[in-house]
Design a protein around this ligand. Structure first.
Ligand SMILES: [Zn+2]
Length: 173
């Protein structure tokens, strides 16, 4: 029965049927960290921010996703009305006072009672405000592939050059 299914699948894929005993599992599948980073990057594509799109994914100790978020205006606030500019004479005309970062939204969107002991995968190096939020929520460590902002002392999760809790996830080749 399983051989028939394998043959049928192979024929559907346009490849010749092979000996089922020789069929091995795939070797180039995504490892967990790469998979969760990919979910974070996919979530970023939901962002309406014209200058930076960031996604975050919270994972519990069983490798189950318990929260996803991306940067955007607060719930119920008209994102056609609020400003998206990065600079303006008046800071209130920029996006910065209003946009909720991906990490904040992922924590607020969690579908578990809490996120203690969970890990967060985020598509950009966390800012200092999100770093505090992540630590206070009980998540550690946080994973990122991005080094953007990593050396900016006003926008980092570092103290005197030492990472407090951020680990780099290697990129999938
Ligand atoms: Zn942030």
């Amino acid at each position: 029965m399983s051989q028939e299914i394998n043959n049928e699948t192979s024929q559907l894929n346009g490849t010749p049927a092979s000996d089922p005993a020789q069929t091995k599992k795939r070797e180039d599948y995504l490892e967990w960290p790469e998979y969760f980073m990919a979910v974070a990057f996919l979530s970023a594509q939901r962002s309406k921010d014209p200058s930076s799109q960031v996604g975050a994914c919270i994972v519990n100790q069983e490798n189950k996703i318990v929260g996803i978020g991306y940067n955007g205006m607060p719930n119920g606030c008209d994102d056609d009305l609020l400003p998206w500019a990065r600079s303006a004479d008046d800071r209130l005309d920029t996006k910065y006072p209003y946009v909720c970062h991906a990490e904040l939204n992922a924590i607020m969107n969690k579908n578990s009672a809490d996120v203690k002991g969970c890990s967060m995968y985020v598509a950009l190096f966390p800012c200092n405000e999100c770093a505090k939020l992540i630590i206070q929520a009980g998540e550690t460590p946080t994973h990122t592939q991005m080094t953007t902002h990593a050396d900016d002392p006003t926008h980092t999760s570092r103290y005197k050059g030492r990472d407090l809790f951020v680990r780099q996830v290697p990129r999938h080749p």
